[in-house]
Design a binder for this molecule. Structure first.
Ligand SMILES: Nc1ncnc2c1ncn2[C@@H]1O[C@H](COP(=O)(O)OP(=O)(O)OP(=O)(O)O)[C@@H](O)[C@H]1O
Length: 274
């Protein structure tokens, strides 16, 4: 599978070139989220440099998805700051937040496709709503993105005809069709066999390497995390337990970190060096 950034739609390429890299820096300061009397996020501090991949790992229920949804503007944090470039989105008015959301793509844990729509209509959904594009142009983008995720020619299928892995990849095609500056992934490889998981890993890295996309990936997949990340944060009970490069995390002396890595790894951990 290959990806040719030059073959991307010209309108999209212009948009990417126009986007200042600093505008895709993500900074989280003392972020708190409380719901039903429970303090889910207890003061998170994180930073993702433009064009880097941050992987967020941690035990089930530690707050990873909540953090991702706060950053993506889907969940309103209780307090603290989230900077997307020079926009601080905690407490931001809905209209302004919509503009920031348009710069981010979300890949959801369960694909979140519309069951009544075809694959084509699912991937084209955002393009038809947000851009004044000719239908020929939309068809070309959809076909290009489906090929990119390894699903060429699946336009006419319905979600019920897709395997879980295919549905995830359609979800990814839908997110990248919008040429986002930032991509937020929730468990992009869960439920996928190792071969398809490594294809998804490659795609995430291609989005960084070819298009400079800034990414946050919530994952339990240790092999994948150490393969793709520039930085890793481990959350524990709503707090950042450790944050650093893959090498730093791998050599952390923290027993919770070591236990998590060993318990979730299915072989030797390879740290990729760019
Ligand atoms: N709207 C909500 N109402 C009540 N509890 C919530 C809500 N949102 C999150 N929580 C609670 O916050 C905690 C963290 O949830 P979250 O989904 O962020 O965890 P996670 O680390 O992503 O877990 P997993 O790895 O299992 O997906 C959980 O205990 C969850 O039940």
């Amino acid at each position: 599978m290959s990806f040719d950034a030059n073959s991307a739609d010209p309108a999209q390429s212009e948009e990417i070139e126009a986007a200042a890299p600093e505008q895709s820096r993500i900074v989280v300061k003392d972020l708190k989220y409380q719901v039903s009397g429970k303090q889910v996020l207890k003061g998170i501090d994180l930073e993702v440099n433009p064009g880097e991949i941050l992987c967020v790992m941690g035990m089930s229920g530690c707050g990873k998805t909540t953090l991702l949804h706060c950053i993506g503007g889907l969940t309103r944090a209780s307090s603290g700051e989230i900077w997307i470039g020079d926009s601080q989105i905690v407490g931001m008015a809905e209209d302004d937040l919509n503009h920031v959301r348009e710069r981010m793509g979300m890949v959801f844990q369960y694909a979140a496709l519309f069951d009544s729509l075809t694959v084509y209509e699912n991937v084209a959904f955002g393009l038809m709503r947000r851009r004044r594009m000719r239908s020929k142009q939309i068809r070309e983008i959809v076909s290009e993105k489906l090929a990119l995720v390894g699903l060429p020619g699946t336009e006419s299928l319905h979600p019920s005809e897709l395997s879980g892995g295919m549905a995830k990849r359609v979800g990814l095609a839908r997110a990248i069709a919008m040429a986002p500056e930032m991509l937020l992934y929730d468990e992009p490889t869960s439920g996928l066999d190792p071969v398809v998981a490594s294809v998804v890993d490659e795609l995430i890295m291609q989005m960084r390497d070819k298009l400079g996309v800034t990414s946050i990936v919530v994952s339990h997949n240790i092999t994948s995390i150490f393969r793709i990340s520039d930085k890793i944060a481990m959350l524990h009970e709503g707090e950042v337990l450790v944050y650093g490069s893959p090498d730093e995390i791998k050599s952390s002396k923290n027993p919770i970190v070591q236990q998590f890595i060993l318990g979730h790894s299915h072989g030797p951990i390879e740290v990729a060096h760019r």
